[in-house]
Design a protein around this ligand. Sequence first.
Ligand code: SF4
Length: 368
Amino acid sequence: MIARKTTRQVLVGDVPIGGNAPVSIQSMTSTRTSEVDATVRQIHRLAEAGCQVVRVAVPTRQDTEVLPAILNQSPVPIVADVHFHYLRALEAVEAGVHKIRLNPGNIKERSQVDRVIAACKERGIPIRVGVNEGSVVERHAGDVRSRQKRRLASDFRSGMVALMVQMLEEYMRIFEENDFADVVLAAKSSNATLAIEAYRAISERFHQPLHLGVTHAGPPETGRIRSVAALGSLLAMGIGDTLRISYAADPVLEVEDAKELLCCLGLRERTGPELIACPTCGRAEIDLVKLTADVRAKLAAIKSPVKVAVMGCVVNGPGEAEGADVALCAGKGKGIIYVKGEQTHTVPEAEMLEALFEETLAFTKRLE
Ligand code: SF4
């Protein structure tokens, strides 16, 4: 059981972030926000996948104008992602969004930042602020470059982490001067080690809830490892109140992976099947990779927590499937089905997939 660090709680619509609330999953639309139908369709797909809070970019007036229409049709709270123009933030607040993401450093005048904070305070809307490696390098270019020249990676990292914390302290002073505490913090990097160190440092320094993320993680093939290394390590340390895994891909994948990560760490209960499969070896007597993919697709129809195992041989399979509720051990031309470790029946290879599905379905029905 992971002991989580308790932070201040904020409410994003009806989703609590921080305090003792479960770690929530966020994602961001990849559509043009002003294209309402496409954006609402994507928000619904994300929500169906398990996303609890969706962020939309609002770079133009056309984007903030359509926010009321999007909010009316969204099943989950919406965050407006604002860069550079404080008026977009004010328009988004006026439209009724549930949270603003904005970095005071990107807004020209301090008075403009104060106006946005005042508007959010009036409506009880939290603000997420963050720093990332890029913005720190931009501000402290000379300092950071001289560290790089010294080729001392750990020194560079600790210097960068200190600069990130310092930047967040500056931002937090602005909020404190406005007597505004509903702030969510983020400190992102594309480097997993730096992200871990940065979030650890801000977790020690601030009481605000933390939004975990890795920037520019890339496509799922590589971004998945980077994200799990960074976010999984932090969550295992009890750090993090909400997360977004981000990929250069369909954002639904982000949500599926975030859910799997939280379930693997015991931070969320499964609502659907958990599939385990042997890695195959020279003893496998079937195309296990294809069978596993087919089983995964078939099990998507089951909405109850059940652990299913697919094993490539009948010799070691039963032992290796230990702990599974329902298991299939495939042999030459046949498959043996096990329920809770007990062999129930043997089916021809052509019927394995259907037999495993039927047995799994029956198992979940018995639990209801
Ligand atoms: S279950 Fe059988 S085929 Fe799969 S890895 Fe183990 S020994 Fe190899």
